[in-house]
Design a binder for this molecule. Structure first.
Ligand code: F6P
Length: 322
């Protein structure tokens, strides 16, 4: 059956650049003769028929906006067989032949289960965490890292002025990509990642004391949310080194803000590519970036792919922290 009507939704945690992807799906879709329906609040909106037809102007003035104009949700009901059946029946009512899901792994698992009922699903990677196995890049990652970097630079000013240590906790429930890159870009003494075991004396206290002996005037430790405990780590540093240490948990500020150029372009390219996949008659694919080029991967295979932390970058961060 050829696709005539595309549904598009954003799911899971929002990410800057999702609007660029929605805009691209809508405009590329309409340009190529599809009817495009915007589904509000992720799978929840699909279950409840919170759906509207998108026109060219529905996505005007959104490319520069953070968050997602479609809004997003994490749906419990959609994880159940009854929920999936209800979503299928709602899709039939609205005539949806294919569903484009902008989100992360959790959203793809829902999409994969939905595909087992016959829906054609296409995934676009949207999460600030960059933790999706099948792609080098996820929409929102660049903006989030720049937000973190801006915070690091500000914290560094006050840290230097007082000769203090700062412990900064950044997002990444299971992945340390934001922490690692921002730690390098911000000149951190130590970076604590969920992917790596760490020993507080060896990996944090010792580099700080060594740095002090070499004449450092301030210290920065980046902790990924997946490890957590920034306040406790700060306390321990202060106790063991006598350096006044403050903890900052950056939180959801990292998810908002106007998307960077990279996220706007990536969102635009990935959104358009998703529509092209449907035009080529493809089914159940995830859009990804591999070796700098857009690719598409079967959804089952994509879900089985794991991304491991870049060991070279981890080693480099340690050398450059000297
Ligand atoms: O979007 C991914 C992420 O930012 C994680 O790093 C974080 O743990 C999580 O979302 C928090 O999401 P929420 O507060 O929406 O549950």
């Amino acid at each position: 059956m050829s696709v005539k009507t595309i549904g598009v939704l954003t799911s899971g945690g929002d990410a800057p650049g999702m609007n660029a992807a929605v805009r691209a799906v809508v405009r590329m879709g309409i340009y190529n003769g599809f009817k495009v329906l915007g589904i509000h609040k992720g799978y929840e909106g699909l279950l409840h028929g919170d759906i509207e037809e998108m026109k060219i102007r529905s996505v005007g003035d959104i490319i520069q906006r953070g968050g997602t104009i479609l809004q997003t949700a994490r749906s419990q009901e959609f994880t159940t067989e009854a929920g999936l059946q209800k979503a299928l029946s709602m899709s039939k009512i609205f005539g949806i032949d294919a569903l484009i899901v902008i989100g992360g792994d959790g959203s793809y698992r829902g999409a994969r289960d939905f595909s087992h009922l016959g829906m054609n699903v296409i995934g676009i990677p949207g999460t600030i965490d960059n933790d999706i196995g099948c792609t080098e890049y996820t929409i929102g990652y660049d903006t989030a890292m720049n937000t973190v970097l801006d915070a690091i630079d500000k914290i560094r000013d006050t840290s230097y002025s007082h000769e203090r240590c700062s412990v900064l906790e950044v997002m990444g429930r299971h992945a340390g990509w934001i922490a690692l890159n921002c730690g390098i870009a911000g000149g951190a003494e130590a970076i604590v990642l969920p992917e790596k075991e760490f020993d507080i004396d060896k990996d944090i206290i010792f580099p700080i004391i060594e740095g002090r002996n070499r004449g450092k005037k301030h210290y920065l430790v980046i902790v990924a949310e997946g490890v957590g405990g920034a306040v406790e780590i700060a306390k321990c540093i202060e106790e063991k080194t006598d350096i006044i240490t403050r903890a900052t948990i950056l939180g959801h500020i990292q998810r908002g803000g106007s998307p960077t150029l990279r996220d706007r372009v990536m969102g635009s390219r990935m959104g358009a590519y998703a529509v092209e996949l449907l035009m080529a008659g493809k089914r159940n694919r995830i859009v990804g970036l591999q070796n700098g080029a857009l690719v598409d991967i079967d959804i089952e295979e994509a879900l089985s792919m794991k991304k491991s932390i870049d060991e070279e970058l981890v080693n480099l961060s340690k050398i450059l922290a000297l």
